[in-house]
Design a protein around this ligand. Structure first.
Ligand SMILES: Nc1nc2c(ncn2[C@@H]2O[C@H](COP(=O)(O)OP(=O)(O)O)[C@@H](O)[C@H]2O)c(=O)[nH]1
Ligand SMILES: [Mg+2]
Length: 272
C-alpha cells in the first residue's frame, strides 16, 4: 500500500522556494535558479518515495510505502486573483496538503492581497500554514522586519499568537511564522557572511504543530535531514514524552539513522 501526501510551497519567483525545499528535505530535490530568466509558469512537483517507518515492529514495512508530492508553484506575483484562487484551491481541495509553506524574501515584492486569500483558504480547510521569510539576509533589516510585521498582522486576524520561541511565532495549531537563511549567505560589497540558520527551528515548529497522519507524512518528508534530527532530538523527546534514557540511547547508538529510530516514537504519540 502506498500512502500519498502533498505539501504546497508557494510565493514569488526567486525568493528561495527551491532552496528551502532542499534544506527541509536534507537533500537535493528541487532545482534552484541562478539566472534571472528562471521564471517557470508550470506548477512543478517533486516526489519523495520512501519505505514506511512504522511504530509497530511486527508490521511488514516492505508493503508500505510513502509518497510525498511537494508542489512548487510558479511565481505568484504575476498571477491575477482568479489565477491564484483557481490554482491554489484546486490543490488545496483535491490534495488536502499536510501544510502550506508560503515564502517571501525581504527584498521581494510580497503580494499581501494574494497571501491573505491563500491563508484564509488554508485555515478554513484546516491546512497548517507556515509563513517563511526566506533568504533573510538578502534585504535590509528594515524590510525583513516589515515583512514579519505583515505576516503577523495577517495571521492574527485568524488566530492570536500563542507562543514566540526560538524565533518562531506560533498561532495555535493553525500557523507559524519563521525567518530562515537556507544556505550560507555572502555579500562581498556589504561585507556580510552568514551561516545557514533557522531551518531546524522551522522544522521543529511544524513537526510539533502537526497531528495524526499529517505529522507522519511530515516526518517522512524530512527523514533524510540528519542535521535536524540530531540537533533537535532532545527537544523532540520532550514534546513526544520519550523517556530520557530511551532518547539518550537513540542518540548514542543510531548515529545517521536517528530519524528511523525516533520517528516510531513520534508516530505512537501522534495517535495517542
Ligand atoms: N544565501 C542564500 N541564498 C539563497 C537563499 N534562498 C535562495 N537563495 C538564492 O536565491 C536564488 C533563487 O533561489 P531559488 O530557491 O531558486 O528561488 P525560487 O525561484 O523561489 O525557487 C538562488 O541563487 C539561491 O541560491 C538563502 O536562504 N540564502
Ligand atoms: Mg524554484
Amino acid at each position: 500500500m502506498t500512502n500519498e501526501s502533498n505539501i504546497v510551497v508557494c510565493g514569488s519567483a526567486r525568493v528561495g522556494k527551491s532552496t528551502l525545499i532542499n534544506a527541509l528535505c536534507g537533500r537535493e530535490l528541487a532545482k534552484t535558479s541562478n539566472s534571472l530568466s528562471s521564471k517557470t509558469d508550470q506548477m512543478e512537483k517533486y516526489i519523495l518515495n520512501r519505505d514506511y517507518i512504522s511504530s509497530n515492529e511486527a508490521s511488514n514495512s516492505n508493503e508500505n510505502r510513502y509518497s510525498i508530492t511537494i508542489w512548487d508553484t510558479p511565481g505568484i506575483e504575476s498571477w491575477t486573483k482568479e489565477h491564484v484562487q483557481e490554482h491554489i484551491s484546486r490543490i488545496m481541495l483535491k490534495s488536502n496538503p499536510v501544510c502550506m509553506i508560503y515564502c517571501a524574501s525581504p527584498g521581494s515584492f510580497a503580494r499581501l492581497d494574494q497571501l491573505e486569500w491563500i491563508i484564509e483558504s488554508s485555515i478554513k480547510s484546516n491546512i497548517y500554514c507556515a509563513l517563511v521569510c526566506t533568504n533573510k539576509y538578502s534585504g535590509g533589516k528594515q524590510s525583513r522586519e516589515q515583512l514579519l510585521k505583515d505576516f503577523h498582522s495577517l495571521l492574527s486576524r485568524y488566530q492570536p499568537m500563542t507562543k514566540n520561541e526560538n524565533n518562531i511565532k506560533y498561532y495555535g495549531n493553525a500557523a507559524l511564522c519563521a525567518t530562515v537563511n537556507s544556505i550560507p549567505f555572502e555579500d562581498e560589497d556589504r561585507g556580510i557572511e552568514k551561516e545557514a540558520e533557522g531551518i531546524n527551528e522551522l522544522l521543529f515548529g511544524i513537526t510539533s504543530s502537526l497531528k495524526g497522519d499529517k505529522l507522519i507524512a511530515w516526518c517522512h518528508t524530512i527523514a533524510d535531514n540528519e542535521s535536524f534530527w540530531s540537533a533537535m532530538a532532545n527537544q523532540l523527546a520532550e514534546v513526544y514524552k520519550i523517556a530520557r534514557p530511551i532518547a539518550e540511547e537513540v542518540l548514542q547508538n543510531h548515529g545517521k539513522d536517528i530519524a528511523k529510530a525516533l520517528i516510531p516514537f513520534i508516530i505512537r504519540a501522534a495517535f495517542k
